[in-house]
Design a protein around this ligand. Structure first.
Ligand code: ADP
Length: 856
């Protein structure tokens, strides 16, 4: 490197001139000079030369003195000492004082140049090093700046990409654009789908994003050009008006970069310097383009996210509306309300001109309108749309949704409706109302105002229709149930018999008029505990007695006012119990009259029958009879005997109560059983039947208050039947046992048994089991046993499993001998004690079952 400045200090003007004007400039050095040491020192101090050529012998101070000053003042400058021949010693001193070299006068040009170059090596190297260091520093600073920019850009990109709101992305991108390009203002232009309109978001310093909408013309304007070409555009103009930008004002510098997405410009990002005369660099363009790439992706992401979010929100909103609709519609059972709410909700959910709700009449196979909005109600109300006809009819028939946005072109269009209503149907959506897989009606939406009907409408309408179908069906069913209940209530109310219904908690649910008047109850008793309000107690006990599922019990109840009621109680699972009372007092009176009549007739028949019997014997005694005559007489005899038996039986029956009142005493049942067995032993032996009696605990009392003859007859009848209906060579087992305050005579045979269908009737008068009718008998034996048992306050039961034989049990109340008064027998007690029972399994059932006239 040359061009350094060299100071020549020498008192010889000639040398100075030679060096500073001829030699040194020739090699490109700049020169300074001083003719004495002091001036030389001043020059060194003030002019900062790169090299000093110092003469040793100067007039005021030597070169060595100058060097001393330099050392003292710590001035570091390379010095070449110029000496005369023979002054080498001084040169050594000079070296000690820091001189770089020395040159002996006179010197040649080459010597001067060599010495200068040698002395300058180090400063030159130092200078180069400094320059290199400076370059390095600059490069480092530049690199740091770039890294900073890149990481800022990356940070911005990351932050922007993470934003899910378009507005936020825009805001951050605008901010970043200003920051990266150090611009005054930045703007984003986003094109719509058709690239016809641009939405503009601008930012000035920290001002808010202000969206505006511009019509885009891709021919004019910078933005249009960038959109069209997809290339950045950079301009600046510091003189004149500046650059006219599309937004209506002028700028000093502009930079536009496209927002590219999938190779297409979706918008433009721009920065502007309005006032400052500072143009945008290539670097700004690079940075802004990178930012635009991030921005495009981030905007798209945010858009997609927002669209998805909006769709989700819309879906949620729709779901909420639907739940609300469903809740509202299904919350009522009032059909009118359901319908009104449905229509209201439909109009709230859709921008439509009209709607209607159609109900299918299954018997007529037509649809009639339940409600409509937007179309003339009266005209529509008169329509009956046949199943399968028009949109409504077709939807009802197929159960499939129909929607069309071109009604007039549709083959199903039922023009008559439009003609008569004057309504112009353009678009339509018909959904079936389906309940339990059956179409019950159709919901129709007409003329969508904010667009066309689409799949989403179908989905929504179908969901609403499901709720409507449930609500409509429920209210229809409710209406039916209500009218049935009213019918039932009316039927019950006007039924001639008192009826009481109680719920499963035995609280009164329903009382009909008869129940109120005959049992002294009132409507206020409804809801109260049956046992507390129903009188008499017997009736209350009857209605509250334990019942098994589907069980139905009957009992005759005599009330204090002398009336007799046939009470039937039935359990209705999960609903409660129904008690029906039938006043059978008059039947009982009739029965009594009948018995009296039968008794009178029987009594009156006995005398003529005895007389017939006597004359038959007389005829036999009167002379020889031929075989035919004998046969006739035998038949007369046989019939007379049967008739006599019948009459006697009827008389016995009639006489029971009469006998009871005057022939009572203490009777030992065990004794009576033994006597009866003894009487019938012969009969049993003839069939080789073994009669066995077991008396459980002989020591306890078996005394019963009553009529000995009647009691013996009852026991005999049972043993007689057992023998009659048992096969040859069989067993009849009898037991007498005590059961609480009763004694029970039980007789079990191995005979033909009694079928379950006959069991309830075998104690009825004249009842005979058909299969056994070859047996002698008149069907009064068991009737008599029952009557005798009843008259003694006891009961009779039977148990049989068809051919596995029969078991009869006769229960009679034992006499408590400690308190026994021979004469007193409470007639009331006899009447009120539960009468005879019969049951298949031996469990007593109300005997009144047999006296039910309908069962006779
Ligand atoms: P009968 O005079 O006909 O015997 P009952 O009143 O004594 O009349 O009996 C009524 C009917 O009950 C009989 O016809 C008979 O069919 C049936 N019956 C009575 N006892 C028995 C028995 N131990 N085994 C089978 N059937 C019997």
């Amino acid at each position: 490197m040359s061009g350094e400045r060299i100071l020549v200090v020498d008192d010889s003007q000639q040398i100075v001139t030679h060096l500073t004007e001829q030699v040194l400039p020739m090699f490109g050095f700049k020169t300074l000079y001083a003719l004495d040491g002091k001036t030389g020192l001043d020059r060194i101090r003030n002019d900062n030369p790169d090299l000093v050529m110092l003469d040793l012998n100067l007039p005021d101070m030597t070169g060595i003195d100058v060097l001393h000053h330099l050392v003292e003042e710590t001035i570091s400058v390379p010095v070449i000492l110029m000496t005369g021949f023979g002054s080498e010693k001084s040169a050594i001193d000079a070296f000690r004082l820091g001189a770089k070299d020395y040159i002996i006068k006179p010197f040649s040009v080459d010597e001067v140049l060599d010495t200068i170059n040698r002395a300058l090596i180090e400063p030159r190297l130092r200078h180069d090093k400094q320059q290199l260091a400076e370059q390095l520093r600059r490069a480092h600073v530049e690199m740091r700046r770039r890294v900073n920019e890149m990481s800022t850009l990356f940070g911005i990109g990351k932050a922007v990409a993470a934003l899910l709101s378009v507005r936020k992305v825009l805001d951050r991108v605008l901010e970043a654009a200003i920051y990266l390009s150090n611009a005054e203002e930045s703007t984003i232009w986003i094109a719509d789908k058709n690239k016809e309109q641009l939405r503009v978001y601008a930012k000035k310093g920290t001002s808010e994003v202000e969206p505006q909408i511009y019509e885009l013309s891709t021919n004019e304007s910078h933005v249009g050009q960038v959109m069209r070409t997809g290339r950045p555009l950079r301009e600046s103009a510091f003189s004149g008006k500046g650059i006219t930008v599309k937004t209506g004002y002028t700028a000093r510098a502009v930079l536009y970069v496209p927002l590219m997405l999938r190779g297409q410009a979706m918008g433009v990002l721009s920065v502007i310097n309005l006032n400052e005369p500072r143009s945008f660099s290539e670097r700004d363009e690079f940075l802004l383009s990178a930012l635009a790439d991030y921005a495009a992706i981030a905007l798209e992401n945010a858009r997609v996210f927002q669209a998805a979010d909006r769709a989700l929100a819309a879906g949620n909103e729709e779901l909420r509306t639907l739940i609300q609709i469903t809740r509202t519609i299904t919350a009522t059972l009032d059909l009118k309300k359901v319908i009104n709410m449905t229509i209201e909700q439909v109009h709230n959910s859709w921008q439509i001109e009209a709607s209607s709700l159609w109900l299918l009449d299954e018997t007529e196979q037509t649809l009639k309108v339940l409600a409509n909005v937007g179309t003339p109600a009266e005209t529509l109300a008169s329509f009956r749309i046949p199943l399968g006809q028009g949109f409504v009819g077709q939807v009802a028939q197929s159960g499939e949704v129909i929607f069309t946005n071109k009604v007039y072109e549709h083959p199903l269009h039922f023009r008559q409706v439009d003609r008569e209503t004057g309504f112009k149907t353009r678009s339509l959506l018909c959904v079936p109302l389906i309940f339990r897989e059956k179409v019950i009606g159709v919901l129709q939406l007409l003329n969508k105002l904010d667009g066309e009907f689409d799949e989403r409408d179908v989905e929504r309408a179908t969901s609403i229709a499901s709720a409507v179908a449930i609500a409509v069906s429920n209210s229809l069913l409710f209406q039916q149930a209500e009218s049935r209940q009213k019918q039932l209530e009316a039927t019950l109310e006007h039924n001639g018999n008192p009826i009481i219904i109680v719920d499963p908690n035995l609280k009164v649910l329903l009382l009909n008029q008869q129940a109120r008047t005959r049992l002294g109850l009132s409507s206020n008793d409804i809801g109260k505990v049956a046992a507390e309000v129903i009188k008499p107690t017997e009736l209350a006990d009857f209605i509250t007695q334990p019942l098994t599922e589907n069980e139905k019990v009957r009992k005759e109840l005599s009330l204090d006012d002398g009336t007799i009621w046939l009470s039937t109680l039935a359990l209705i699972p999960s609903y409660g119990r129904v008690l029906i009372l039938q006043d059978i007092t008059y039947l009982k009176d009739l029965d009594k009259s009948k018995s009296n009549f039968v008794a009178t007739v029987s009594h009156d028949l006995r005398a003529p029958l005895s007389s017939i019997s006597g004359f038959v014997t007389a005829i036999e005694d009167a002379g020889e009879l031929n075989e035919e005559q004998k046969n006739y007489l035998n038949r007369i005899n046989h019939s007379t005997d049967r008739m006599m038996n019948l009459v006697n039986g009827l008389l016995d029956l009639a006489k029971i109560n009469a006998r009871m009142s005057d022939s009572q005493k203490l009777c030992d049942i065990i004794l009576l059983v033994r006597e009866a067995i003894a009487d019938l032993q012969g009969q049993a032996l003839s069939k080789e039947i073994a009669l066995e009696l077991v008396v459980e605990d002989e020591t306890t009392s078996s005394m019963v208050q009553g009529d000995e003859t009647l009691l013996r007859q009852a026991i005999s009848n049972l043993i007689d039947n057992a023998i009659k209906y048992s096969p040859q060579n069989s067993h009849i087992n009898m037991t007498v046992s005590r059961k609480d305050d009763h004694i029970e005579f039980k007789i079990q045979d191995n005979g033909i048994g009694i079928s379950s269908s006959d069991l309830p009737f075998i104690f009825d008068e004249f009842y005979q089991v058909q299969v056994n009718n070859n047996q002698e008998g008149i069907g009064l034996g068991l009737t008599l046993v029952r009557s005798i048992a009843e008259a003694h306050g006891g009961q009779i039961w039977v148990q049989s499993n068809n051919d596995a034989g029969a078991i009869f049990g006769l229960q009679l109340p034992l006499v408590d001998q400690s308190t026994h008064d021979e004469t007193a027998i409470d007639q009331n007690f006899i009447q009120k004690t539960p009468p005879v029972t019969s049951s298949e399994n031996g469990k007593p059932v109300a005997s009144s079952f047999e006296s039910d006239p309908q069962n006779k």
